[in-house]
Write a protein that binds this ligand. Structure first.
Ligand code: E4P
Length: 230
């Protein structure tokens, strides 16, 4: 399964990219709002210079012509830009027109398998169901992932399911087991996935044991040398 970072923070992207596990990046207006001192275009270009994987840039217009104008602009910023379009009737039309122009899209704000099916038929390259936001309203977000993966597989649709709105590492495991092609995660979840208290404990213990073994070996070498001299 591919792992994307869900952030517009350049330092976070550089860090996970350096780990060798970064397959792409998703941004949205909320995440861009957390950055400072750069335009959205500058942020997107910078991210595309770090990863060659898909980088999603989200439109904010809600009419078709507005979405097309913003999306065409984003698509010119770099070859790996995917235009993120919210699920809606206008969004479907925009995605279908982007497809005709060869511009790849990520359909965002998907909350049901049927929305995902429509987005796939309209030509979205990526389908982003939001699991965390469904869990937040007492629904089972992972059910939508399972259903959508099955629909895409059964009907051999040319699209990928991107599990979004990930809130904790268990979401990543469940999405992987459900066959989700991609999951996009906040930086904190990458860190949580890398860590385990028993790993930390083991590292401390191995270091301690290594130092004790070295000290014992040094002491024995010294006493051997002293015996030779006497
Ligand atoms: C995905 O592309 C979205 O940016 C993101 O996953 C939304 O997550 P949230 O529900 O935590 O805002």
């Amino acid at each position: 399964m591919k792992l994307f970072l869900d952030t517009a923070d350049i330092q976070e992207i550089r860090t996970v990219n350096a780990w060798g596990v970064l397959d792409g990046v998703t941004t949205n207006p909320t995440l861009f709002g957390k950055t400072q001192g750069m335009t959205y275009d500058e942020v997107i270009k910078l991210i595309c210079g770090i990863t060659k994987g898909p980088v999603s840039a989200e439109v904010v217009a809600d009419d078709v012509e507005g979405m097309l104008k913003e999306g065409r602009h984003f698509a010119k910023l770099a070859d790996n830009v995917y235009v993120k379009v919210p699920m809606s009737e206008n969004g479907l039309e925009a995605m279908s027109r982007f497809r005709a122009e060869g511009i790849r899209t990520n359909c965002t704000l998907i909350f049901s398998a049927n929305q995902g099916l429509l987005a796939a038929k309209a030509g979205a390259s990526l389908l982003s169901p939001f699991v965390g936001r469904l869990d937040d309203i007492n629904e089972e977000g992972m059910t939508v992932i399972r259903e959508l993966v099955e629909i895409v597989t059964i009907h051999e649709l040319e699209t990928e399911v991107l599990t979004a709105s990930v809130r904790h590492p268990r979401h990543v495991t469940d999405a992987a087991l459900a066959g989700s092609h991609i999951a996009t995660l906040p930086f904190k979840i990458f860190q949580q996935m890398a860590s385990h208290p028993l790993t930390d404990k083991g590292i401390v213990q191995f270091k301690k044991d290594w130092e004790a073994a070295r000290a014992a070996a040094d002491a024995s070498a010294k006493s051997g040398a002293a015996k030779k001299e006497s």
